[in-house]
Structures are given as structure tokens and as C-alpha cells.
Design a protein around this ligand. Structure first.
Ligand code: C2E
Ligand code: CA
Ligand code: CA
Length: 514
């Protein structure tokens, strides 16, 4: 079991590492593609500015378009504009002259579907020119003047990996202006927020960015196989750490689990070495303020010096069948601690806790009788506390309770309200006290809906003729509300924490003198 728990715990950091690697590489590649799309956009905007400036410069002069003066200007524009291959004059879709000279034969450009754009621009894409065989150009024309640029100028950037697809396209009509690698028309209609978007489609991780200045969108796309490769690389980097963390956690859980499982053995050793002792928490009469009783609470200071609370070891003792040995020890310790205290203070009572197994065993009655005898306890000077869970509807339990009460020992229902049994069910047992659980006392005076439950419990307990003890009283307000409601006894830090017997005796002595 301990090994299994350790293995399971060890798998958690490894799983987290794998998940993180996946997320981290996706985020990194999304950013990576956005960066490429921005780089393409930057080139596209630079080229567009040069083209517009070049055309405007030619339009500023009234010389004939293919005159020597205009062609000289075309040559100057070529020189200063790095992205422009040549300037040209176009009439009726025919290229008549360029910076390099007049064409011997006018070249007819491929037809452009649709009318020019609002700003009078006509864009010819995928243009092959007779004087530059084997190359593809974009020709941008406005008012008869044009700029010729290499189609690849915007997407001709080095990328890692080399097979990143790049493109520019028009958001108006969705036409690609330049592309590199595989691109899909389906990618261009994806919505962009804040001018950019990333998404996965058709086996690619795609990023798009829209220009603020021109009617242009750029795109970069990474094949998902490359993303997987990146993830694998990140995993290779992170996994050793994940495995290390997994091993550490597995070992830790293994140790804790083994220790938990070793607890019964330690309880046995603790019993043998007398590591258990009792503290006593005062019970106060809410009307007089006098200490009229105490509850014995078990403590364990282990051989290694560590103290372990009863809420930890009592459940383990119950599960491993050690609880009766512990209860026997409690009753013995109680007898030792009490001496003749109960004889000297006849109005004083001591409460001890019993677990559900104790209530099924006739031995418990015998052991209580022994305590009664050695302490000289009179009737009602010993009280046993049984939880709701302990009060099971079996003939055996009813017998044990009847026998205990026959000794003149009273029975209290502990932690009332935390189980599922109703008061009417409990009414079928012969009981003397009802201990109102701290969780209800806590709600008193808070206005919480559950504070009514506490009041309800008190009223029902009165109907059943049970004496009441409120547990865990920490404030004067709680004490006042309980007193006003007719609760007789209370226990809690307001009146005293669990203390060693000598301290309790001192308190009783002072009280008697006063
Ligand atoms: P319980 O019987 O309900 O005991 C009351 C618990 O509430 C005690 O914790 C006590 O120290 C604590 N307490 C009392 N007043 C206040 C208060 O004003 N504020 C707060 N926050 N707590 C308060 P403890 O001693 O740790 O005991 C825990 C539980 O362990 C007990 O609950 C009981 O169920 C079990 N237990 C303790 N001793 C024995 C024992 O000898 N035999 C058995 N079978 N169970 C025991
Ligand atoms: Ca108790
Ligand atoms: Ca309790």
C-alpha cells in the first residue's frame, strides 16, 4: 500500500511536467509565428511606403510619362528605394517604358479582375516580365505610373525551421499577394482580436497580423510536426526535473504512508513504555461558575519526543483493534490520578470517553466497576461519553449501557449533532447527558441559520429530560446565550484548557476556600 501510494504520488510531478512542456512549447511557437508575421508585415509596409512615394514623385511632374526627364527620375527612384526593382509607365494595361528604357514592344500585363481600389491602385500579381525571365513580380499602378517589386520581397526572410509558410494578402478580397510554402484560403477568414490571431488548422499552427496603416494582412504558419518536435525538446529538458520531483514526492509519500501503517505498532510500544497520560478539562456550572467536573482527555508523548493528538491516533487505534487496550489504560490512569479526589469532593464528577467497540464489550463494565471501586466514586460521580456513532441499535450495546447505568455511572452522548441520528432515536437509549458539539456552539450569536439548530437541540434535550453540556465554549457571549437558554454545564477554553491533575486539584482547593 505504501509503495503504491508512493508510486501514484510520484506520477503527479511527471504528469505536470509533460503538461507544462506541451503548454510552454505551444505558447513559445505561437509567439514565434506572430514574430514572423510581424517581420513580414514590417517588410510589406516598408515596400508599400517606397512604392507610394515613388509614384507620387513621378506624378508631381507634368513631363510626358516616357520622356527622357521622367525616365531619369524613374532611375533615381530605383536607386534610393531598396525594395523597388523598377518604376514604369502603364497605359491601358500595357507596360510602355521602365527605368531601364522604352520597351521595343509594349508588354501587356495579365488582366486584373475587378475595378481598381478606392485609392486608385491597380495591383498586378504574379507578373512575369520579358526582360527578367524566371522571376515573378508585383506591379503596383496608380494614375499611369507603377512600381515593380519582387514578389518574394516581403516573404524572403530566413526562418527556423525553414519550412515556415509565409504570406501577405488583402483583407478586402482575400487575394494572396505573395506566398512562401503551403497556405490555405480557409485561414484568411479567421477573426483577429487586437489586430492578430493564432489558431490551428489543417495541420498547421497559424498566426496572422493585420496592418494598421495599409490594407494588408500577413501570415506565418508552422507545420504541427515541427511543434511536436519542439514539445519533445522541451520535455527532454524538463523531464529530468519532473522525474526528480516525482521521486522525491514518491519517497516522501512512501515514508508518511509507511509511518501511518506503522502507527498501530507504535501505539503498542507506547502502551508498553507508558507514553500515554491524561489531561483534565474543567466542566463549569453555568449558573454558579463553579467547576463541578472534568473530562479526561488522552495524550501521547512518544519516545521520539513528538506529541501526537488523539484525533490522529484514536481513529487508528479503533481501526486496528487497539482501542480497548487504550480505554483500559485510560481507566487505569484515571484511577491513579484521582486518588481519593472523588471522596473529598462528592459533588464533583469525572468524564471518560468510550469508543464504539468499548460499548460492545462486557469487559468495559468490569473495568468501570474497578475504577468506581478504587476511586470511591459515589453515584453520578463517573460519566462515560459515547459518540452518536457508538450508540448503535444492537442488543449488546443497549445491555452494556444498561449495565453501566446500573452501576450508578451516567452516560453522555458526545459530539451531538455531528452524526446522523435523531434525538428521538437517541431517546430509545437510557441516557443522562447530551454534549452539544462545538460546531453548534460556534454558531451562537452569529446570526447564521445554523444557530437556530443549536437552540432547537437545546429545546429537544429539555423535552427528553437530558442534562446538557455545551462543548468548546470560547466566549462570554456564548456562555451567556447558553445560560439564558437553560444549559447547565459548559466546557471550553473560556473556562480552562485540558490540564494535569495536580493543577485541577489546586483549582478545586482554591474554589472551596473561596
Ligand atoms: P472530544 O471528546 O469532543 O473532546 C473535546 C475536544 O475539544 C478536546 O480535544 C479538547 O481539547 C477540545 N476543546 C475543548 N474545549 C475547546 C475549546 O474551547 N476550543 C477548542 N478549539 N477546542 C476545545 P482533544 O483532547 O484533542 O480530543 C479530541 C478527541 O479525541 C476527543 O473529542 C475525543 O473524541 C478523542 N479522545 C480524546 N481522549 C480520548 C480517550 O481517552 N478515549 C477516546 N476513546 N477518545 C478520546
Ligand atoms: Ca468527549
Ligand atoms: Ca465532544
Amino acid at each position: 500500500m505504501a509503495t503504491l501510494a508512493g508510486l501514484l504520488a510520484g506520477a503527479i510531478p511527471i504528469g505536470v511536467t509533460l503538461h507544462m512542456a506541451q503548454r510552454q512549447s505551444l505558447q513559445a511557437e505561437q509567439q514565434h509565428m506572430l514574430d514572423y508575421a510581424h517581420a513580414v508585415l514590417q517588410r510589406s509596409e516598408r515596400a508599400t511606403k517606397q512604392v507610394y512615394a515613388g509614384i507620387a514623385k513621378l506624378q508631381a511632374h507634368s513631363d510626358a510619362p516616357c520622356s527622357a526627364a521622367q525616365m531619369a527620375r524613374m532611375g533615381e527612384i530605383d536607386l534610393v528605394s531598396a525594395d523597388i526593382q523598377a518604376m514604369a509607365h502603364i497605359a491601358n494595361g500595357r507596360l510602355l517604358c521602365t527605368s531601364y528604357g522604352k520597351l521595343e514592344q509594349a508588354y501587356t500585363l495579365p488582366p486584373v479582375p475587378g475595378a481598381p481600389s478606392k485609392d486608385g491602385i491597380t495591383l498586378y500579381t504574379q507578373v512575369q516580365l520579358p526582360f527578367a525571365p524566371g522571376m515573378t513580380f508585383i506591379v503596383v499602378e496608380r494614375g499611369g505610373y507603377a512600381a515593380i517589386v519582387h514578389e518574394a520581397i516581403t516573404v524572403d526572410i530566413p526562418t527556423t525551421p525553414a519550412d515556415v509558410s509565409l504570406a501577405t494578402y488583402s483583407p478586402r478580397n482575400g487575394n494572396f499577394r505573395s506566398t512562401r510554402g503551403t497556405v490555405q484560403r480557409a485561414w484568411i477568414d479567421r477573426p483577429r482580436t487586437g489586430g492578430q490571431a493564432t489558431f490551428m488548422a489543417d495541420g498547421y499552427l497559424v498566426a496572422t497580423v493585420e496592418s494598421r496603416n495599409f490594407s494588408t494582412v500577413t501570415l506565418a504558419a508552422l507545420p504541427l510536426a515541427q511543434l511536436q518536435a519542439h514539445t519533445t525538446a522541451v520535455i527532454r529538458e524538463l523531464l529530468p526535473l519532473g522525474i526528480l520531483a516525482g521521486l522525491a514526492l514518491a519517497f516522501l509519500v512512501f515514508l508518511v504512508a509507511r509511518q501511518q501503517m506503522a502507527l498501530p505498532a507504535m501505539i503498542r510500544t507506547g502502551l508498553r513504555r507508558n507514553e500515554f497520560y491524561l489531561l483534565y478539562q474543567p466542566l463549569i456550572d453555568l449558573h454558579t461558575g463553579a467547576c463541578v467536573g472534568a473530562e479526561a482527555l488522552l495524550r501521547w508523548r512518544r519516545g521520539d519526543g513528538l506529541a501526537m493528538g488523539p484525533d490522529k491516533f484514536i481513529p487508528v487505534a479503533e481501526e486496528s483493534g487497539l482501542i480497548q487496550a487504550l480505554t483500559q489504560r485510560v481507566l487505569l490512569l484515571c484511577a491513579q490520578d484521582l486518588g481519593d479526589l472523588l471522596v473529598r469532593y462528592p459533588g464533583f464528577h469525572i468524564g471518560v470517553n468510550l469508543s464504539s467497540l468499548d460499548l460492545k464489550s462486557a469487559c468495559t463494565v468490569e473495568r468501570l466497576r474497578a475504577l468506581q471501586h478504587s476511586s470511591g466514586a459515589g453515584p453520578q460521580q463517573l460519566v462515560v461519553e459515547a459518540t452518536e456513532r457508538g450508540l448503535m441499535d444492537t442488543v449488546r450495546v443497549r445491555e452494556v449501557i444498561r449495565d453501566i447505568r446500573a452501576l450508578g455511572i451516567e452516560v453522555a452522548v458526545d459530539d451531538f449533532g455531528t452524526g446522523y441520528s435523531s434525538l428521538s432515536y437517541l431517546g430509545t437509549f437510557e441516557l443522562d447527558y447530551l454534549k452539544i458539539d462545538k460546531s453548534f456552539v460556534d454558531t451562537l450569536g452569529t446570526g447564521a441559520a445554523t444557530s437556530h439548530v443549536a437552540m432547537h437541540i437545546i429545546d429537544m434535550a429539555k423535552d427528553l429530560n437530558l442534562k446538557m453540556i455545551a462543548e468548546g465554549v470560547e466566549t462570554e457571549d456564548q456562555a451567556r446565550l447558553l445560560r439564558e437558554r437553560g444549559v447547565q454545564l459548559a466546557q471550553g477554553w473560556l473556562f480552562g484548557k485540558p490540564m494535569p491533575m495536580p493543577q485541577l486539584v489546586q483549582r478545586l482547593v482554591l474554589q472551596q476556600r473561596a
